[in-house]
Design a protein around this ligand. Structure first.
Ligand code: BG6
Length: 276
Protein backbone atom coordinates (compact mmCIF):
# COMPACT_ATOMS: atom_id res chain seq x y z
CA UNK A 1 0.00 0.00 0.00
CA UNK A 2 1.08 3.59 -0.30
CA UNK A 3 -0.03 7.03 0.84
CA UNK A 4 -0.04 9.26 -2.21
CA UNK A 5 -1.02 12.79 -3.13
CA UNK A 6 -4.44 12.46 -4.74
CA UNK A 7 -6.60 14.93 -6.67
CA UNK A 8 -6.45 18.46 -5.24
CA UNK A 9 -3.41 17.42 -3.22
CA UNK A 10 -5.59 15.42 -0.80
CA UNK A 11 -3.88 12.42 0.81
CA UNK A 12 -5.10 9.12 -0.62
CA UNK A 13 -4.35 5.56 0.50
CA UNK A 14 -3.74 3.31 -2.48
CA UNK A 15 -4.18 -0.47 -2.08
CA UNK A 16 -2.88 -2.89 -4.73
CA UNK A 17 -2.84 -6.68 -4.56
CA UNK A 18 -3.78 -9.75 -6.62
CA UNK A 19 -7.46 -8.90 -6.18
CA UNK A 20 -7.20 -5.49 -7.83
CA UNK A 21 -6.81 -1.85 -6.87
CA UNK A 22 -8.64 0.41 -4.43
CA UNK A 23 -8.05 3.95 -3.23
CA UNK A 24 -9.42 5.84 -0.25
CA UNK A 25 -9.17 9.60 0.41
CA UNK A 26 -8.58 10.54 4.05
CA UNK A 27 -11.02 13.37 3.31
CA UNK A 28 -14.28 11.84 4.56
CA UNK A 29 -12.68 8.36 4.46
CA UNK A 30 -14.17 8.37 0.98
CA UNK A 31 -13.43 5.28 -1.11
CA UNK A 32 -12.61 6.73 -4.54
CA UNK A 33 -12.01 3.67 -6.64
CA UNK A 34 -12.39 -0.10 -6.72
CA UNK A 35 -11.06 -1.96 -9.72
CA UNK A 36 -11.12 -5.74 -9.42
CA UNK A 37 -8.54 -7.35 -11.75
CA UNK A 38 -9.56 -7.04 -15.42
CA UNK A 39 -12.57 -4.85 -14.65
CA UNK A 40 -13.40 -1.19 -15.19
CA UNK A 41 -13.93 0.79 -11.99
CA UNK A 42 -17.00 -0.31 -10.03
CA UNK A 43 -17.33 3.17 -8.52
CA UNK A 44 -18.30 6.42 -10.18
CA UNK A 45 -16.62 9.72 -9.27
CA UNK A 46 -17.97 12.93 -10.79
CA UNK A 47 -15.80 14.48 -13.49
CA UNK A 48 -16.38 17.81 -11.71
CA UNK A 49 -15.99 16.58 -8.13
CA UNK A 50 -14.39 19.08 -5.73
CA UNK A 51 -11.33 17.78 -3.90
CA UNK A 52 -10.72 20.24 -1.11
CA UNK A 53 -10.60 20.36 2.69
CA UNK A 54 -14.06 20.74 4.16
CA UNK A 55 -15.90 19.75 0.95
CA UNK A 56 -17.77 16.49 0.36
CA UNK A 57 -16.53 14.46 -2.61
CA UNK A 58 -19.19 13.78 -5.25
CA UNK A 59 -18.76 10.10 -5.96
CA UNK A 60 -17.07 6.98 -4.69
CA UNK A 61 -18.39 6.09 -1.24
CA UNK A 62 -18.90 9.12 1.01
CA UNK A 63 -19.99 8.26 4.56
CA UNK A 64 -23.19 9.85 5.84
CA UNK A 65 -23.09 10.11 9.67
CA UNK A 66 -24.51 10.82 12.25
CA UNK A 67 -27.55 11.81 10.21
CA UNK A 68 -28.73 11.09 6.68
CA UNK A 69 -29.99 13.87 4.39
CA UNK A 70 -30.97 17.12 6.03
CA UNK A 71 -30.64 17.37 9.82
CA UNK A 72 -33.90 16.54 11.60
CA UNK A 73 -34.25 19.79 13.53
CA UNK A 74 -31.55 22.25 12.40
CA UNK A 75 -31.74 23.26 8.73
CA UNK A 76 -28.40 25.07 9.08
CA UNK A 77 -26.50 21.84 9.56
CA UNK A 78 -24.82 20.15 6.59
CA UNK A 79 -26.52 17.50 4.47
CA UNK A 80 -25.56 13.91 5.36
CA UNK A 81 -23.82 14.73 8.64
CA UNK A 82 -20.37 15.87 9.61
CA UNK A 83 -17.80 13.21 8.84
CA UNK A 84 -17.74 13.23 5.00
CA UNK A 85 -16.20 16.70 4.98
CA UNK A 86 -13.33 16.20 7.40
CA UNK A 87 -9.95 14.51 7.28
CA UNK A 88 -9.97 11.12 9.03
CA UNK A 89 -6.98 9.70 10.80
CA UNK A 90 -5.13 6.87 9.09
CA UNK A 91 -4.51 4.23 11.77
CA UNK A 92 -2.79 1.65 9.59
CA UNK A 93 -2.95 -1.04 6.93
CA UNK A 94 -2.64 -4.76 7.56
CA UNK A 95 -2.59 -7.88 5.44
CA UNK A 96 -4.51 -11.06 6.21
CA UNK A 97 -4.96 -14.09 3.91
CA UNK A 98 -3.92 -12.06 0.87
CA UNK A 99 -6.39 -9.24 1.60
CA UNK A 100 -5.37 -5.70 2.54
CA UNK A 101 -7.33 -3.73 5.15
CA UNK A 102 -6.96 -0.03 5.83
CA UNK A 103 -8.38 1.44 9.06
CA UNK A 104 -9.40 5.07 9.48
CA UNK A 105 -10.94 6.75 12.50
CA UNK A 106 -12.72 9.91 13.55
CA UNK A 107 -14.93 11.04 16.42
CA UNK A 108 -18.25 12.84 16.69
CA UNK A 109 -18.91 13.85 20.29
CA UNK A 110 -19.00 10.69 22.41
CA UNK A 111 -19.19 8.48 19.32
CA UNK A 112 -15.84 7.00 18.22
CA UNK A 113 -16.04 5.93 14.58
CA UNK A 114 -13.79 3.47 12.73
CA UNK A 115 -14.04 2.68 9.03
CA UNK A 116 -12.23 -0.27 7.48
CA UNK A 117 -11.86 -1.00 3.78
CA UNK A 118 -10.70 -4.46 2.74
CA UNK A 119 -9.42 -5.27 -0.73
CA UNK A 120 -10.00 -9.02 -1.06
CA UNK A 121 -12.12 -11.15 -3.42
CA UNK A 122 -14.74 -8.43 -2.75
CA UNK A 123 -14.40 -4.85 -1.58
CA UNK A 124 -15.39 -4.89 2.08
CA UNK A 125 -16.38 -1.74 3.96
CA UNK A 126 -17.14 -1.72 7.67
CA UNK A 127 -18.30 1.19 9.82
CA UNK A 128 -18.02 0.64 13.55
CA UNK A 129 -19.39 3.13 16.09
CA UNK A 130 -18.69 3.00 19.80
CA UNK A 131 -20.39 5.08 22.48
CA UNK A 132 -17.55 6.23 24.73
CA UNK A 133 -19.69 8.40 27.03
CA UNK A 134 -20.79 7.97 30.63
CA UNK A 135 -23.03 5.10 31.66
CA UNK A 136 -26.71 5.93 31.54
CA UNK A 137 -26.29 8.06 28.40
CA UNK A 138 -27.47 7.01 24.96
CA UNK A 139 -27.18 8.40 21.43
CA UNK A 140 -29.28 7.88 18.31
CA UNK A 141 -27.58 8.03 14.93
CA UNK A 142 -28.17 7.36 11.25
CA UNK A 143 -25.49 6.18 8.84
CA UNK A 144 -25.06 5.36 5.15
CA UNK A 145 -22.28 4.20 2.86
CA UNK A 146 -23.32 6.39 -0.06
CA UNK A 147 -22.07 4.12 -2.84
CA UNK A 148 -21.96 5.61 -6.36
CA UNK A 149 -21.89 2.64 -8.75
CA UNK A 150 -20.74 3.25 -12.30
CA UNK A 151 -23.12 2.16 -15.10
CA UNK A 152 -22.84 2.23 -18.90
CA UNK A 153 -26.31 3.79 -19.26
CA UNK A 154 -28.72 4.19 -16.35
CA UNK A 155 -31.72 3.82 -18.68
CA UNK A 156 -31.05 0.12 -19.19
CA UNK A 157 -29.87 -0.62 -15.66
CA UNK A 158 -32.02 -2.45 -13.11
CA UNK A 159 -31.75 -3.17 -9.39
CA UNK A 160 -33.08 -6.37 -7.84
CA UNK A 161 -33.38 -7.42 -4.20
CA UNK A 162 -35.91 -4.89 -2.93
CA UNK A 163 -39.11 -6.43 -4.28
CA UNK A 164 -42.07 -6.14 -1.87
CA UNK A 165 -40.06 -3.85 0.41
CA UNK A 166 -41.51 -0.72 2.03
CA UNK A 167 -39.80 2.57 1.27
CA UNK A 168 -39.98 6.27 2.00
CA UNK A 169 -40.22 8.25 -1.22
CA UNK A 170 -37.95 11.28 -0.81
CA UNK A 171 -39.62 12.88 -3.83
CA UNK A 172 -42.97 12.91 -2.01
CA UNK A 173 -42.04 14.13 1.45
CA UNK A 174 -41.04 10.63 2.56
CA UNK A 175 -44.43 9.13 1.71
CA UNK A 176 -44.47 5.44 2.63
CA UNK A 177 -44.91 3.14 -0.38
CA UNK A 178 -44.19 -0.50 -1.21
CA UNK A 179 -42.05 -1.77 -4.07
CA UNK A 180 -43.87 -4.19 -6.39
CA UNK A 181 -42.57 -7.48 -7.73
CA UNK A 182 -40.57 -5.93 -10.55
CA UNK A 183 -36.94 -4.81 -10.45
CA UNK A 184 -36.25 -1.11 -9.96
CA UNK A 185 -35.85 0.69 -13.29
CA UNK A 186 -34.73 4.27 -13.96
CA UNK A 187 -37.12 6.36 -16.02
CA UNK A 188 -36.89 9.56 -13.99
CA UNK A 189 -35.49 10.75 -10.66
CA UNK A 190 -35.41 7.97 -8.04
CA UNK A 191 -34.75 8.79 -4.37
CA UNK A 192 -36.03 6.11 -2.01
CA UNK A 193 -35.15 4.91 1.47
CA UNK A 194 -36.05 1.21 1.65
CA UNK A 195 -36.68 0.12 5.24
CA UNK A 196 -36.37 -3.04 7.30
CA UNK A 197 -34.35 -4.84 4.66
CA UNK A 198 -31.10 -6.73 4.98
CA UNK A 199 -31.32 -8.09 1.43
CA UNK A 200 -28.42 -8.18 -0.99
CA UNK A 201 -29.06 -5.86 -3.94
CA UNK A 202 -27.77 -6.51 -7.44
CA UNK A 203 -27.26 -3.82 -10.06
CA UNK A 204 -27.59 -5.30 -13.55
CA UNK A 205 -25.80 -3.41 -16.30
CA UNK A 206 -26.39 -4.63 -19.86
CA UNK A 207 -23.97 -2.07 -21.36
CA UNK A 208 -20.95 -3.01 -19.21
CA UNK A 209 -22.24 -6.61 -19.37
CA UNK A 210 -21.78 -7.12 -15.67
CA UNK A 211 -23.70 -7.18 -12.41
CA UNK A 212 -22.53 -5.68 -9.15
CA UNK A 213 -23.78 -7.20 -5.90
CA UNK A 214 -24.04 -5.14 -2.71
CA UNK A 215 -24.12 -7.51 0.28
CA UNK A 216 -24.69 -6.07 3.71
CA UNK A 217 -24.63 -6.80 7.37
CA UNK A 218 -25.84 -4.77 10.37
CA UNK A 219 -27.84 -2.56 8.00
CA UNK A 220 -31.65 -2.36 7.80
CA UNK A 221 -32.02 0.43 5.22
CA UNK A 222 -31.02 0.69 1.56
CA UNK A 223 -31.20 3.95 -0.38
CA UNK A 224 -31.52 3.92 -4.16
CA UNK A 225 -30.81 7.25 -5.81
CA UNK A 226 -30.40 8.69 -9.28
CA UNK A 227 -30.84 12.45 -9.71
CA UNK A 228 -31.96 12.30 -13.39
CA UNK A 229 -31.79 15.40 -15.59
CA UNK A 230 -33.08 18.35 -13.54
CA UNK A 231 -31.42 17.53 -10.24
CA UNK A 232 -28.10 16.78 -11.96
CA UNK A 233 -28.28 20.32 -13.43
CA UNK A 234 -28.73 21.76 -9.95
CA UNK A 235 -25.68 19.97 -8.51
CA UNK A 236 -22.65 22.14 -9.24
CA UNK A 237 -20.15 19.32 -8.76
CA UNK A 238 -21.84 17.01 -11.28
CA UNK A 239 -21.77 17.44 -15.08
CA UNK A 240 -25.24 17.92 -16.60
CA UNK A 241 -25.16 14.55 -18.35
CA UNK A 242 -23.61 12.58 -15.47
CA UNK A 243 -26.95 11.18 -14.25
CA UNK A 244 -26.64 8.62 -17.04
CA UNK A 245 -23.45 7.16 -15.62
CA UNK A 246 -24.25 6.09 -12.05
CA UNK A 247 -26.73 4.57 -9.66
CA UNK A 248 -26.36 4.94 -5.89
CA UNK A 249 -27.15 1.90 -3.75
CA UNK A 250 -26.54 2.98 -0.17
CA UNK A 251 -26.17 0.61 2.74
CA UNK A 252 -27.52 2.30 5.85
CA UNK A 253 -29.59 2.63 8.98
CA UNK A 254 -31.98 5.52 8.45
CA UNK A 255 -35.29 6.91 9.78
CA UNK A 256 -37.17 3.97 11.41
CA UNK A 257 -33.88 2.06 11.34
CA UNK A 258 -31.77 4.67 13.17
CA UNK A 259 -29.46 3.06 15.74
CA UNK A 260 -29.66 3.70 19.49
CA UNK A 261 -26.37 3.12 21.28
CA UNK A 262 -25.89 3.16 25.04
CA UNK A 263 -22.61 4.04 26.71
CA UNK A 264 -20.10 1.23 26.25
CA UNK A 265 -21.98 -0.32 23.31
CA UNK A 266 -20.74 -0.76 19.74
CA UNK A 267 -22.54 -1.08 16.44
CA UNK A 268 -21.09 -2.39 13.20
CA UNK A 269 -22.49 -2.03 9.71
CA UNK A 270 -20.77 -3.55 6.70
CA UNK A 271 -21.18 -3.70 2.94
CA UNK A 272 -19.31 -5.73 0.34
CA UNK A 273 -19.16 -5.03 -3.39
CA UNK A 274 -18.51 -7.79 -5.89
CA UNK A 275 -18.69 -8.06 -9.67
CA UNK A 276 -20.55 -11.03 -11.10
C1 BG6 B 1 -28.96 10.77 -1.57
C2 BG6 B 1 -30.25 11.34 -1.08
O1 BG6 B 1 -28.54 9.78 -0.71
O2 BG6 B 1 -27.98 11.77 -1.62
C3 BG6 B 1 -30.67 12.45 -2.01
O3 BG6 B 1 -31.23 10.32 -1.01
C4 BG6 B 1 -29.57 13.48 -2.13
O4 BG6 B 1 -31.85 13.04 -1.54
C5 BG6 B 1 -28.28 12.79 -2.54
O5 BG6 B 1 -29.92 14.43 -3.09
C6 BG6 B 1 -27.09 13.72 -2.66
O6 BG6 B 1 -26.91 14.45 -1.50
P1 BG6 B 1 -25.73 15.51 -1.41
O7 BG6 B 1 -25.85 16.16 -0.07
O8 BG6 B 1 -24.45 14.72 -1.55
O9 BG6 B 1 -25.93 16.45 -2.56
Amino acid sequence: YSLIEGPGGLPVVSLVNDHGVASIALQGATVLSYRPSDEADVLYVSESAVFSDGQPIRGGVPICFPWFGSHGTDAGKPSHGTVRTRAWELVGVHEHNGALTVRLTTREGVLAVAFEVTLGPRLGMSLEVEHTGRSGESEVFEAALHTYLSVGDVSGATVTGLEQTDYLDQLEGRRRLTQGDDPIVFEGEVDRIYLNTSATCVLHDPVFERSVAVDKDGSRSTVVWNPWIEKARRLADLPDDAWQRFVCIETGNIADNAVTLRAGERHRMAAALSVQ
